[in-house]
Structures are given as C-alpha cells and as structure tokens.
Design a protein around this ligand. Sequence first.
Ligand code: NAD
Ligand code: MLT
Length: 310
Amino acid sequence: MKILIAEHIADEGIHFLKQTGFNVDIKLKLSREALLDCIGVYDAIIVRSVTKVNEELYEHATNLKVVGRAGNGVDNIEMDGATKRGIIVVNTPDANTVSAAEHTIGLMLSMCRNIPRANAHIKSKQWDRTLFRGVELMDKTLGIVGLGRIGSMVATRMQSFGMNVIAYDPYIRRERFDQLKVTRIDELGELMRQSDIVTVHTPKTKETLGIIGAEEFKLCKKGVRVVNCARGGIIDEAALHEALENGTVAGAAIDVLKDEPHPISPLLDLDQTVITPHLGADTYEAQKNVGEAVALEVFEALQGKLVANA
Ligand code: NAD
Ligand code: MLT
C-alpha cells in the first residue's frame, strides 16, 4: 500500500504509518499539476485544509481507497465523488477542539483590548497609551452560532469571564442548552440583536456560507464585534468590510478567510481587524492528536476495518 502525505502532519503520525510497513511518501507543497501527475499510484492521501480533494483529483487517483483529513471540517473534500467511487474519507473531529476554542478566545481578547496593534506600536519604539482603549467582556452578551464541540467549549469558558452566553443552533437539543446554562435563541436575527460579540462555530455548508451578511449586520447593536475561527465565508467578508467601514461593527477577529491561503482580503487593510493565518489547530498538542488519529484511521481503513470517523 502506498500513502501520500500531501500536507504536514505531526512526526508521531508519520512514524506510526512508517512502522506499519506501508510505503509512505511525504510530498508537501506540490503544485496542483505535480499532485495530479503522481496521485495515480497511491492507495491513500492525507491532507489538511489546503488541498482540494475533488472530481479532478479523483479522476487521476485511479488506485485511491482512503482520504485522510488531518483535522475537523471536510469542506475541502468532495464527499459525493468519494462515495460513488467507494473511497473512504476519515477525519479527526475531536483532536483539535480545545486548541480551536482557545484560539477563538485569544482572538476575542486580542480584538477587545487591541493587543496586536499595541504590540506593533511599542515594538516600533513608540509609547502612546491613549490609542488602544478597549472593552471588558464581563457582563457583555456573547452570541454563539453553532453550539457543537467548539461552540460549547467557548461557551463554558466565556461564562467564567462573567459573560452572558446565548446561542443559535437549531440542530441541538434543548437539554444541551440547559446543561451548558446557555440561553437558546430560536432565530439568528434575535441573536444578532442581543449580542455584543458574535462568534461563529458552524461547519461550512451551503446553508451556513454567508449566514452572517448585510441583513444580519442591520439587526446588530451598533459597535458589535464578531469572531470567525470556523471557516472563511461563514461571515460574508464583503458585508463585514462594509459594516466595519460604516461603524456598525467595531471589530472583527478572524482566523479563516474565504480565499485562503491567498492573503488578499480587504479586511487585512483595516485597523479594526485582528487576523491570523488559520492557526486555530496549530498547537503542539492538537497537531500530535490529529497526526496520531489520522494515521491510525488511514491504517485501519486501508485494512478494511471499521473506522470511527469515516
Ligand atoms: P461541530 O460539528 O461539533 O459543531 C457545529 C455545530 O454547528 C453543530 O452543533 C451544528 O448543529 C451547528 N450548525 C450547523 N448548521 C447550523 C446553522 N445553519 N445554524 C446554526 N448552527 C448550525 O463542529 P466543531 O468541531 O465545533 O467545528 C466548528 C467549526 O470550526 C467548523 O467549521 C470547523 O471546520 C472549524 N474548525 C476550525 C479550526 C481552525 O483551525 N480555525 C479548527 C477546528 C475546527
Ligand atoms: C480543522 O478543520 O481541523 C482546522 O481548520 C485545522 C486545519 O485545517 O488544519
């Protein structure tokens, strides 16, 4: 069996796969052409979020049996194409939850206290304390869109900051809201009206793409702040840009961009934004968990075993 690791995973995962006796090739940052040229010989491919595993790739991947997604969302994998060819797709939905939740909170604090701009200011040998006045989180309302794994971790952690946490997730049972002591909001518009900070934690689907856009910003309190550590485009970037420019939105903290990995968004040019290059899962702990989990799942799937996250 031949496995192609096309995006970086932790050494622990690579080591595990190598000691199984499988043939493991690590080819990072291949051009699309080079990937299409070589994929035909592989039984499995492991990717993170950059490689598009789509019809074009499947057509060249005549031996492919398993796609390992080292991470959570599978929005870069065309599932129908895999299913109709009998290709198994595995991912690691739990392995980086803590890191993504913590990064969300880091972004929120950075945005509310202007930490990145203040850091850049003092490192340019200036000292003006009047430029960076922020806002507290205590007693503010945090609106969470998507109360799944990451959304619920953000909820409990932000309750300890004294925030009033509300959430919109029509797919989660009422008891889960009660268990988390989070107020259930039945309409997204109502969540937008009540929140001081809105953070999105849904998967990227046809339904959630642009779920927060111009109409939703019209409903917000003036000076709302928003966070997207889920997927680029869940908050419509053009509408967000407009809302930041006209002052409806006071700040935005973003880990994921619609057109990543090409940093061309106009949001990059605004002082009111704090932006990181998709670092939510980038901790030693999460990468070790993800690398080990995806390696084991790919190994088991290639052996025809039942895999939990297939
Ligand atoms: P999850 O599946 O556990 O939770 C997602 C929640 O969104 C579910 O409860 C679901 O019911 C809800 N949801 C779906 N559609 C909705 C809609 N239209 N309106 C409201 N709620 C809706 O997922 P998760 O593990 O919590 O991940 C959340 C997001 O974070 C995903 O987009 C994932 O890809 C992303 N993620 C990003 C990073 C990063 O590095 N920035 C790391 C891990 C995960
Ligand atoms: C994920 O979905 O797990 C994250 O976005 C992390 C990643 O893609 O590397």
